[in-house]
Design a binder for this molecule. Structure first.
Ligand code: BGP
Length: 490
């Protein structure tokens, strides 16, 4: 069996809006997630807003808001991202713990609205730059290579209010101004960058919540994506100018599906679902052009892409340097009615009888990781980083402040083994930053109890707790894995 390459980037990942907190400190501007309440496995997170008559209302986060609605932070509601895990004030302690585990890479996101609070300013907010400089310097102290996500579900809300968000082409320039600013500012401190976290989620939301997937919603999604593709491509080009050593990657949610049966209709349906959910974004960002099946996807919603002369050249010039993606679970697709529903990270479809499911109904399927790594590599031949992977689970802090998370170790161990298998298959995997290396707010449900970390944070889903940090058993396990470069899996 192959070994991990000598300079393999072992590490962990977080996102600003889920861990920093300090949502209104030091000039940070508001983002849509700041208006989101907490949900659960059974109930959606909601956005709170005043309707056109000034009445306070709530709707599931992905629902289009009615005309005249104005998102607000309502008194008496709990908004988990406002405090997050208070990483904004505790980043030194947190990065020190990452250093103690031996991290080679730390993936975190910069919050656009800390740098440009409304999003369309000329001059950056110095306080925001100062914070990320400090974070980067802290990484340097422990020889941790930063992997910076430039956008992780956090477009400044000002850009939605003033310009209508990503359906407006103007956002490309605002985004590029922001990315150029931070890439130039930190050119001596970071060289690995990701342009948009899970860029495909905007089209997945249509499939996840079909009730909201009207023609208009999906048309907006495809058009917004076009603008994000262009913004990403321009950032790749600019990133290479700023520092030729820069490596800029895409970040795509690993939507991996199997046909539930060998019925050819299931196979075709699965192929089409993978094209829509996964390959569509990868093909544009890695190959620099829309794939042959794009028109078929658009036709379903009678959508016609609005593009301008020169767009094709931009996409072609801004191909990414690496394929970066998240992987949690797999799903099954079928045309047969009787199948039972399965869930996952944007994963739809039928339940797979051959894999186990976590408490949130996500399939745990390490072999799926080996499978998709091979598929990705044979399609693009680019270096690959697994930017997210992990097990969301309920942990118990014992009286003596320990967390015995053997279930998490088991999940991670099997995925590390699958990575090794894929290395034996010959793929070029260069890094693994597991998700939520320190417990943080769940993006999907807003809960705190859905924990992924090696480090336990004392905070519950209602916002109680000291925010103190404790090492879980998986902390020591991962430390050994890293020290042995993936040989000692305990
Ligand atoms: C991905 C996001 C992350 C993260 C993760 C786990 O979609 O990029 O931000 O949160 O999924 O999902 P959840 O937090 O819903 O468990």
């Amino acid at each position: 069996m192959s070994k991990f390459p000598k300079d393999f980037f072992w590490g962990g990942a977080t996102a600003a809006n889920q861990c920093e907190g300090a949502y209104n400190e030091d000039g940070r501007g508001i983002i849509r997630n700041d208006f989101l309440t907490a949900g659960s496995a059974a109930s959606y997170r909601c956005i709170t807003f005043l309707d056109k008559n000034g009445k306070l209302q709530k709707l599931p986060f992905a629902a289009p808001l009615p005309e005249g609605a104005k998102p607000v932070i309502a008194e008496g509601e709990y908004y988990p991202n406002h405090i997050g895990i208070d990483h904004y004030h505790r980043y030194k302690e947190d990065i020190k713990l990452f250093g103690e585990m031996g991290f080679k890479m730390y993936r975190f996101s910069m919050s656009w609205s800390r740098i440009f609070p409304v999003g369309d300013e000329e001059e950056p907010n110095q306080k925001g730059l100062e914070f990320y400089r400090n974070v980067l310097l802290e990484c340097k102290k422990y020889n941790i290579e930063p992997l910076v996500t430039l956008h992780h579900f956090d477009t400044p809300y000002g850009l939605e209010e003033k310009y209508g968000g990503w359906t407006n082409r103007k956002l490309i320039d605002f985004y590029c101004h922001y990315t150029k600013t931070v890439m130039s500012e930190f050119k001596d401190l970071a060289k690995y960058w990701l342009t948009f976290n899970e860029i495909n989620n905007v089209i997945m939301i249509g499939e996840m919540m079909p009730a909201f997937a009207t023609k208009e919603v999906m048309a907006n999604a495809y058009q917004s994506l076009h603008h994000q593709f262009l913004a990403s491509a321009k950032t790749v080009v600019e990133g290479h100018k700023i520092n030729p050593e820069n490596k800029v990657g895409c970040m795509i949610a690993g939507i991996v599906s199997y046909p539930l049966t060998c019925d050819p209709a299931d196979v075709i349906k699965t192929q089409q679902s993978m094209q829509n959910g996964f390959w569509y974004c990868g093909d544009v960002q890695c190959r620099g052009a829309y794939p042959h099946y794009a028109k078929r996807l658009w036709d379903k919603y009678e959508f016609e892409l609005k593009s301008e002369p020169g767009d094709d050249e931009i996409l072609e010039a801004g191909k990414v340097d690496m394929f970066t993606f998240s992987y949690y679970s797999t799903g099954c697709i079928t045309t047969h009615k009787e199948a039972e529903d399965g869930k996952g990270n944007f994963q739809m479809g039928a339940k797979n009888p051959y894999v186990n499911y976590n408490e949130w109904g996500w399939a745990m399927d390490p072999s799926g990781l080996r499978y998709i790594l091979n598929e990705i590599y044979s399609r693009y031949q680019l270096p690959i980083i697994i930017a997210e992977n992990g097990l969301g689970a309920v942990d118990e802090l014992t009286e003596d402040k320990k967390v015995h998370d053997d279930y998490r170790i088991e999940y991670l161990r099997e995925h590390v083994k699958a990575m090794k298998d894929a290395l034996s298959d010959g793929i070029n995997l260069i890094g693994y930053t597991s998700w939520g290396c320190i417990d943080l707010i769940s993006a999907g449900t807003g809960e705190m109890k859905k924990r992924y970390g090696y480090i336990y944070v004392d905070r519950d889903s209602e916002g109680n707790g000291t925010l103190d940090r404790y090492k879980k058993d998986s902390f020591d396990w991962y430390k050994k894995v890293i020290a042995s470069n993936g040989e000692d899996l305990g």
